[in-house]
Design a protein around this ligand. Structure first.
Ligand code: GDP
Ligand code: MG
Length: 393
């Protein structure tokens, strides 16, 4: 039988972000190795993290890989974020659940365009706490370079509303730690200590109805359909009735299995990385972008009013205005759908840098509620960050 998950330490969701090749995946592997040597994780090798076939072929991370580990005081689920601009889309959906992030910056290159873009995105999706890992410190020409990179990153963080002077900055070498070098192994522990100390256990929304945005769907032969994701709010128990909402007709089911990282759970609550087995649901009925919720808790909608901040070109947004009738992609939770922007009439326009009110009509119904955040994207760029202000019937 599978082990029962013991909720002995607070659980947090963190992840690596930063420019491609700055060493996010190497650092993630190093963290699991260093903690595995202390009995606090299962070591996951680099190849085990960069595991989707497309990633190996193209040598870049396009999916989000999860690993788990413990420190003395916490249990962490860690997502290794994609680094390439084309896959920022995955970052949006993954970052939305992060309680904190480790920003990886190579000591050899310093801050690069994706470093900035990821800081902007993290800020938009509400990641409040960032810890900086200046990686490849083993390869820095001298200490002065490291000081300069640190200064640069602190300023960049301040520019986007993070307390750049306060954020912990740790100089690490994922590669050397992975090789077992004692000095660099100790620096990984320094980094984890900084995360433990600086990223607070977030308040979990436990007093609202259960809601889990579907990230992935699997079929377990002989048992049925399993969906995975992080519980956004509330809690759920074995035997609970639920609804699947969005992208089509709402339908009901019952939770017949709950797991986290291969361990069974009696109940799952806000913040938990969860796999749920749903009774009588066929593989084709459920997909990424839907939500599993308590019955009646949320409904699908296509029309809403929103407040949207349009990013400037320096933040990765548009260089020119957008007009009434604009048709970008709207990214909600784990999915994106096209939608049409109503700015109030023919000829109305909005400029990058502005915060504007707009009405939106989506091409497909999405489980919507007031206060829900979303990203507006177009041709591989994030052009705006929005919040649902009101549902329109
Ligand atoms: P990612 O794209 O940010 O996930 O970067 P990877 O983890 O794939 O690393 C990119 C390259 O940098 C690889 O060739 C790594 O071996 C190398 N690398 C990663 N960490 C370090 C480090 O701490 N020191 C040195 N010298 N090289 C590193
Ligand atoms: Mg990687």
């Amino acid at each position: 039988a599978k082990q029962l998950y013991e909720r002995a330490k607070p659980h947090l969701n963190i992840g690596t972000m930063g420019h491609v090749d700055h060493g996010k995946t190497t650092l993630t592997a190093a963290i699991t190795k260093v903690l595995a040597d202390r009995g606090l994780a299962a070591a996951v090798p680099f190849e085990g993290i960069d595991r989707a076939p497309e990633e190996r072929d193209r040598g870049i991370t396009i999916n989000i890989a999860h690993v788990q580990y413990e420190t003395a005081t916490r249990h962490y689920a860690h997502v290794d974020m994609p680094g390439h601009a084309d896959f920022v889309k995955n970052m949006i959906t993954g970052a939305a659940q992060l309680d904190g992030a480790v920003l990886v910056v190579s000591a050899q290159d310093g801050a690069m365009p994706q470093t900035r873009e990821h800081i902007v995105l993290a800020r938009q999706v509400g990641v409040r706490h960032v810890v900086v890992a200046i990686n490849k410190a083993d390869a820095a020409a001298d200490a002065e370079i490291l000081d300069l990179v640190e200064l640069e990153v602190r300023e960049l963080l301040s520019e986007y509303g993070y307390p750049g002077d306060e954020v912990p900055v740790v100089r690490v070498s994922g590669l050397r730690a992975l090789e077992g070098d004692p000095y660099w192994t100790a620096r990984i522990m320094d980094l984890l200590d900084a995360v433990d100390a600086y990223v607070p256990v977030p308040p979990r929304v436990l007093d609202k109805p259960f809601l889990l945005p579907v990230e992935n769907v699997y079929t377990i032969t002989g048992r049925g359909t399993v969906v995975t994701g992080v519980v956004a709010q509330g809690s759920v128990e074995l035997g609970d009735r639920i609804e699947v909402v969005g992208l089509g007709d709402t339908f009901a089911s019952v939770v017949t299995g709950l797991e986290t990282f291969g361990q069974t759970m009696r109940h799952a609550e806000a913040g938990d990385n969860t796999a749920m087995l749903l009774r009588g649901v066929q593989r084709g009925q459920i997909r990424r972008g839907q939500v599993v919720s308590a019955p009646g808790a949320i409904a699908p909608h296509v029309r809403f009013r929103a407040r949207v901040r349009l990013l400037t070109a320096a933040e990765g947004g548009r260089g020119n205005p957008l007009f009434h009738g604009y048709r970008p992609q709207f990214h909600f939770r784990t999915t994106d759908v096209p939608g049409t922007v109503d700015l109030g009439g023919e000829g109305a326009m909005a400029l990058p840098g502005d915060t504007v009110e707009m009405a939106v009509e989506l091409g497909k119904p999405i489980a919507l509620a007031e206060g829900l955040g979303f990203a507006v994207r177009e041709g591989g760029r994030t052009v705006g960050a929005g919040t649902v202000v009101a549902i329109m019937q």
